[in-house]
Ligand binder design. Structure first.
Ligand code: ADP
Ligand code: MG
Length: 579
């Protein structure tokens, strides 16, 4: 072993670069963020071979003076922080002063910059950490960075780069993220000479969503918003069918910074729980504004992890924004015209109040200037039943699972279990709001053998169960007696219910009483529902459809799977090649 010595500054930067510069996309991110911090309103990015060969970022921001250029690429040099107290409330995207030094230590970097008041620009070069010359160059106001041959002198790092197409996709993802959240700034991205992404400075959030998610999806996204204290949460969320198993379509921003925070993602899942299938993530643009002093972004060199001072408040606001927005979305509406016609023609039930798509859009409109940008309804929203359809109330039950029914403009297919589960859930909630779930005493109590520990745990929740309409008590040392179950859940098997509740109690020891109660409601709603494949007589199905028509939301079951699917005539025509 050799003697201890101080590391060479270039090596120090290269080590630091390991944390900041992982791949071309990280360079793009850092350079674009710098341009944003410099007040640019137009940022152009051009890449060759996914950025492995060359990355160019041009901006029309404030520029740098000649004497600032060599300093900018020195580590721990920044114009964004001066006093230690500045760290308490960071308002810029950068602040660590190490991105340029890191990039310059692992590539060939050229900077051309001209501040507004300078009559000419200056060019400065750094080659793998070795400073080059500084000389005059013609330039328009702003800054241009060229970064070439990333990691060419560091084979160990270069071999971790993927194919150019993969690197290109990562880089594009960063440009899109930053373009989404920075309204007022135009972005252009070129890959190997081809324009592949563009938003104009004047493009609003809707147009930015269209550029990132595609126009078709963007127009079906709905706005979300919630506020608590000085925290605001705004955004757009896509319909359930745009959900994915991975979180790639989830874009979370904190004060204009794209973040990836596991706990924040959990809040998102909580907020969309009933609208998106379990294990899926929605298409989401969500922007949080939190006073800078209430959040710490200085947790990780890439600054995508954050710590909130009032975590509960922030997460609660996110959950609320999503729940409220989704509940008002066209896909969460009552079953427009599904059963009412049958019912009305037989004269036995009051006609449901029709809700037209236009009415729905009224409920959705936002107070902002973006009003009307996202037209509703979603394409698969059943239309109002027209007069000539009123007599066609019959449905066809297929495989004792799906109910088919002609409605105006197409065919509606309902999943009997999903609908029943949703009906149960909403009705149980209504009873709870009125006091407690109505209990039906069992003629003969059901007995369940348990361990002493399991019995104890269940008895701890005895009061909660009673509120939920489940009456239990101890029957000896290791036996539980179930004396009553919720009256409206006729199909429930008491023993199964109790074992479910036991499992919830066991797996939610850290959860709040409200969360446990919600989980139990879900489980009861599911257990008390007809299953797929259960033969159910027509009258019972009709009654179920009728109950469904009164729900505040019936688009998805408690687990987020769809209750009903609508096939438009257009869909059918396409399937038969008539279009
Ligand atoms: P940080 O962004 O954390 O301050 P960087 O290493 O990314 O650190 O940049 C160092 C400094 O260089 C910045 O603080 C800023 O003053 C200057 N700078 C970088 N990019 C630009 C740009 N595009 N326009 C104007 N100034 C820039
Ligand atoms: Mg920076």
């Amino acid at each position: 072993m050799s003697r201890i010595h101080k590391l060479d500054p270039v090596v120090i930067d290269q080590i630091a670069a390991g944390e900041v510069v992982e791949r071309p996309a990280s360079v793009v991110k850092e350079l674009v963020e710098n341009a944003l911090d410099a007040g640019a309103t137009l940022i152009e990015v051009s890449l060759l071979e996914g950025g492995i060969r060359r990355i160019e970022v041009r901006d029309n921001g404030c520029g740098m003076a000649a004497d600032e250029l060599p300093l900018a690429v020195t580590s721990h040099a920044t114009s964004k922080l001066s006093a230690p107290s500045d760290l308490e409330a960071i308002a810029s995207l950068g602040f660590r002063g190490e991105a340029l030094a890191s990039i310059a230590s692992v590539a060939r970097m050229t900077i051309v910059s001209r501040p507004e008041d300078a009559s000419f620009g200056m060019e400065y070069q750094v080659l793998y950490g070795r400073p080059g010359s500084l000389h005059e160059a013609s330039a328009s106001k702003g800054t241009r960075f060229v970064v070439e041959d990333l990691f060419a002198e560091l084979p160990a790092r270069r071999k971790f780069l993927k194919r150019p197409a993969t690197e290109a996709a990562h880089a594009q993802a960063w440009v899109e993220r930053l373009a989404l959240v920075h309204e007022g700034v135009g972005f252009r991205l070129e890959q190997d000479g081809k324009r592949c992404f563009e938003v104009l400075p004047e493009d609003d959030l809707g147009q930015r969503c269209a550029a990132v998610f595609g126009a078709g999806l963007a127009k079906n996204m709905v706005q979300i918003q919630a506020q608590a204290d000085s925290i605001t949460c705004t955004g757009h969320v896509g319909p359930p069918e745009s959900a994915r198993r991975d979180a790639r379509r989830v874009h979370l921003f904190l004060n204009g910074r794209w973040v990836r925070d596991a706990r924040l993602l959990r809040a998102v899942r909580e907020g969309v729980k009933e609208f998106v299938p379990i294990g899926h993530y929605p298409t989401l643009y969500l922007s949080l504004q939190v006073p800078p002093q209430r959040v710490d972004v200085n947790v990780h060199p890439q600054k995508t992890e954050v710590r909130f001072r009032d975590e509960r408040l922030v997460f609660g606001t996110v959950v609320r924004a999503l729940r409220q927005g989704l509940a008002a979305a066209p896909w969460a509406t009552r079953m427009v015209g599904t059963v009412g016609s049958t019912v009305q023609d037989r004269g036995s039930f009051p006609a449901p109040s029709w809700q037209r798509p236009q009415d729905l859009s009224a409920g959705l409109s936002s107070p902002s200037s973006r009003e009307g940008f996202f037209p509703v309804p979603a394409p698969h929203l059943p239309m109002e039943v027209a007069a000539e359809d009123r007599g066609k109330g019959e449905f066809l039950s297929v495989a004792n699972t799906f109910l088919f029914r002609a409605v105006a403009g197409g065919v509606e297919i309902i999943d009997q279990h999903a609908l029943h589960e949703r009906v149960n859930l909403e009705e149980l909630r209504r009873e709870l709001r009125q006091g407690q779930v109505v209990t039906q005493p069992l003629l003969v109590p059901a007995l369940v053998d348990l361990s002493r520990e399991e019995l104890d745990l269940l008895l701890q929740h005895q009061d909660k169960f009673r509120k939920l309409g489940v009456d239990i008590e101890a029957f000896g040392e290791t036996t539980l007696a179930i004396r009553g179950i919720p009256a409206r859940l006729q199909r429930l098997q008491p023993e199964k219910l109790v074992l479910d509740l036991l499992e919830i109690a066991q797996s939610h020891r850290q959860a709040t009483p409200d969360q446990i109660q919600e989980e139990m409601l879900f489980s009861m709603a599911c257990r008390g529902a007809v299953m797929a494949g259960d033969a159910v007589d027509a009258e019972a199905l009709e009654s179920l459809l009728r109950r469904g028509a009164d729900l505040p939301q019936d688009r998805t079951c408690a687990h987020g799977r769809p209750v009903r699917v609508f096939l438009s005539l257009e869909d059918l025509e396409r399937a038969f090649y008539r279009r």
